[in-house]
Design a protein around this ligand. Structure first.
Ligand code: TYD
Ligand code: MG
Length: 437
């Protein structure tokens, strides 16, 4: 196999040498050498368009509109659909539903080339059979399947076929002959993604790349990929639960704060029009420790249930367990409850959980977390129709949050009244006023 010259370049200091080493001989950084195709090679030049200078008033804006994927929630996240030449990374843990979603895209659109590097064509077709139950209405004559893990071969096949859309599942299985590294190595992942992105631009074809992420979310793959592609969609959810959120964490062609909500069913992913109803479906009302809040996922308000449990312990280091919220945020809020509300939480283990398996970064749930812990600890419940919204400061004050109007409206639609900074200035006042039962 003719291999072009490659170098190992330190990602910290730029030092380069011809072979791998665990530690950079120049700066001493560990695991920082990444195999890279040498700049002088011709194949890379071939893939680049020559640079061009434009006058702003003369630049033509592409008249071609958005290309709909046929899946409403996905189109929303993308900012209205795909754009010609757009490279989209779909990242998420294994088993979360990336292949399912993209198979649905392949089934709903004409002219799709699905590169299956991970599965065999028959495995993909088995999934198609399963999904047909819901998609047969929009079914097209079928899509092309290409079993290959060779980027060079994929490039030439795409040039030949000129499909309307390319799906590559997954980028971690691809290699190019120009590098010696194995599939999934940083060098291979970066180079293959770079080439496919350039290919998308050159041929004006949108490309979806699947990228796996580990539980910690920090595998080299997607981290280096994020810089290469135009858009990054992050798949979230717990495997045992049905809810899946797809967030746009980067989007060169649209908003980055949109979130698509899906439900994983027996017959594929279906869009959820009313996530609040789904998230509150199993809620037990008037139970100490359960508080409803309204979060904003992008521009979309959703009602969520925060649950807390407090158990007395003899341990000098009581446990704090956070599921779905940031651990240090939980510690901060417990400190506020102790210092500003006067709750003696020093001898209790505290567990906080967001139901539905979603992860919340919205500070608007602070008040609900505080009330849930206080409610569990004091064994008193909130009125069943109250949703708590507000950020909590270190002085124990409740602060305003963005999009309050939208949150109040969604709460009202679901039959809840919102308790926020407007109705109580401090956490202590809110505890006194709301924990009455
Ligand atoms: P998959 O899309 O293969 O995950 P990924 O490509 O992100 O690794 O999803 C696999 C899981 O989804 C698997 O546990 C089975 C489940 N699933 C359903 O529940 N319903 C379906 O219709 C399909 C196709 C998969
Ligand atoms: Mg898959």
């Amino acid at each position: 196999m003719a291999r072009q010259r490659s170098k190992w370049i330190c990602q910290q200091c730029g030092f380069s040498q011809s072979g791998w080493a665990g530690r950079c001989p120049e700066c001493g950084a560990w695991n920082s050498l990444v195999e890279t195709v040498e700049k002088s090679n011709n194949s890379k030049r071939k893939t680049l368009k020559p640079g061009k200078i434009y006058r702003s008033s003369e630049v033509k804006i592409s008249e071609r509109g958005r290309i709909k994927t046929g899946i409403g929630e996905l189109d929303n996240v993308l900012g209205g659909g795909l754009v010609a030449g757009m490279a989209v990374l779909v990242a998420g843990e294994p088993g979360i539903g990336k292949s399912t979603l993209l198979t649905q895209v392949a089934m709903a659109n004409p002219g799709v080339l699905y590169v299956c590097g991970e599965e065999s064509a028959s495995q993909v077709v088995l999934r198609v059979k399963r999904l047909e139950a819901i998609i047969h209405k929009t079914r097209t004559p079928g899509f092309l399947l290409f079993e290959s893990t060779n980027t060079d071969e994929i490039e030439s096949e795409v040039e030949k076929l000129k499909p309307g859309l390319v799906i590559v599942d997954s980028i971690q299985t691809l290699t190019t002959q120009d590098l010696a590294g194995t599939a999934g190595s940083v060098g291979q992942v970066r180079e293959c993604a770079h080439r496919l992105t350039l290919l998308a631009k050159r041929l004006d074809i949108p490309v979806f790349l699947v990228g796996h992420v580990t539980k910690e979310g920090n595998i080299a793959g997607p981290a280096v990929l994020m810089h290469v592609v135009d858009t990054v969609l992050w798949f979230e959810g717990e495997r045992g639960q049905a809810l899946r959120l797809v967030r746009a964490v980067k989007n060169r062609f649209g908003p980055t704060d949109e979130t698509g909500v899906f439900e994983m069913t027996e017959t594929g992913l279906s869009g959820v029009a009313n996530p609040s109803r789904m998230l509150l479906a199993e809620r037990m009302e008037k139970v100490p420790g359960s508080v409803v809040s309204v979060v904003l996922e992008g521009t979309r308000p959703m009602l969520v249930e925060i649950q807390a449990l407090t158990v007395s312990t003899q341990s000098p280091l009581p446990r704090r367990v956070a599921t779905g919220i940031d651990f240090s945020r939980l510690q901060t809020l417990v400190a506020v409850l102790m210092a500003r509300v006067g709750l003696h939480l020093g001898n209790v283990d505290i567990f906080v959980n967001v139901t539905g398996g979603i992860k919340l970064a919205d500070r608007g749930v602070d008040l609900a977390i505080c009330l849930a812990i206080a409610s569990a600890f004091l064994a008193r419940s909130l009125p069943a129709d109250v949703a708590a919204v507000g950020e909590v400061g270190l002085m124990g004050e409740v602060r305003k949050v963005t999009g309050l109007e939208r949150r109040v409206k969604e709460a009202k639609k679901m039959g809840y009244k919102v308790a926020s900074a407007e109705s109580g200035r401090s956490v202590a006042a809110a505890v006194k006023k709301l924990l009455t039962n």
